[in-house]
Design a protein around this ligand. Sequence first.
Ligand code: SAH
Length: 380
Amino acid sequence: MTQVNQVEVTPNDKVNLLDFDRQGLREFFAGIGEKPYRADQVMKWIYHRLEDNFENMTDVGKVLRAKLEATCYVGPPKTMFDKGAADGTHKWLLGMDGGNAVEAVYIPEPTRGTLCVSSQVGCGLNCQFCSTATQGFNRNLATSEIIGQMWVAAKHLGNITHQNRRITNVVMMGMGEPLLNFDNVVKAMSLMRDDFGFGLASKRVTLSTAGLVPMIDKLSEAIDVSLAVSLHAANDELRTELVPLNKRYPIAELVASCQRWLARKPRTSITFEYTLMKGVNDQPEHARQLIKLMRRLPNCKVNLIPFNPFPGTRFERSDVEVIRAFQTQLLNAGILTMLRRTRGDDIDAACGQLKGQVLDRTRRQAEFRKRLDEDSAHAA
Ligand code: SAH
């Protein structure tokens, strides 16, 4: 959890339209006596034109505008601060209620722009190598707070849906375990996919999970998106150490659920993320175990992520030659293996570094104030 020195005032009596997917928005409109196409019209204003002021929705009649004004609002999260890295990566710290904040990160590449979105404030899974875990779990994000990250980034970047796409891909790889906030995440992803929303194809919206087996099955029935699984080790002993959730859902069960996913969605692939930590999971025997596992999942990919350090961690990034050797071993075995380039590490925006800086700043401010108080006590 990140503490922010600000009290959020939300219009509690009004409904935030960012909490609705298309179906929900139509139902809300029906509730105020309006036709479904009116909901679609407003939805396009919100997600295509990034308009949050009903006044500016010029093709919406005056009477309806007044009705909307009285009953609802378009409430994206507030930007506490944002920062650009030398490589074009951009990070937003977004304030939620109760002094919480989460981070979203934009990663531009020559042929695409990827937005990394958070699903929870903090995380309860306690993966040993992840900075978010050190904060513990605070709460699930609302749909409006998830899709709102994309709305804020899109507005900042000048994204125009169906015309000038700056955000071509979304990955639910920010803070939190998305499958533990299932309903809100699915609703937000349906807004990412919806033609009246951000209109992204299914292969461009990816949910990443640490491996909540029953929820992977549920997801395959709920919505058409891409799946990434954070593996990090292909033997149970090591994986349980790194990802404690593995105790509950061991590798055999995880692989079986991935096989069911592939059976339900032929022609799709699953990406397996593997964070390389020096001397922990980066040896030839680990690659051999991974190859054996991947043989059971035809056409799936491995995404190698060099470990990104954070203060207080006991892990180190594997050496470049070791990473290359690991990748080569997999490639030679015919496994499609990509190496994720580390981006935005000068602003702590890389994988596993998302935490937010305000907590420290608040602490510093608290210390500063304490010292001030002490000083003035001395002076008195
Ligand atoms: N809970 C989800 C999504 C958040 S983690 C999941 O586990 O997939 C997103 C990705 O970042 C995961 O693959 C995770 O393992 C990786 N990651 C976490 N900490 C990291 C670190 N310090 N360095 C590199 N990658 C890390």
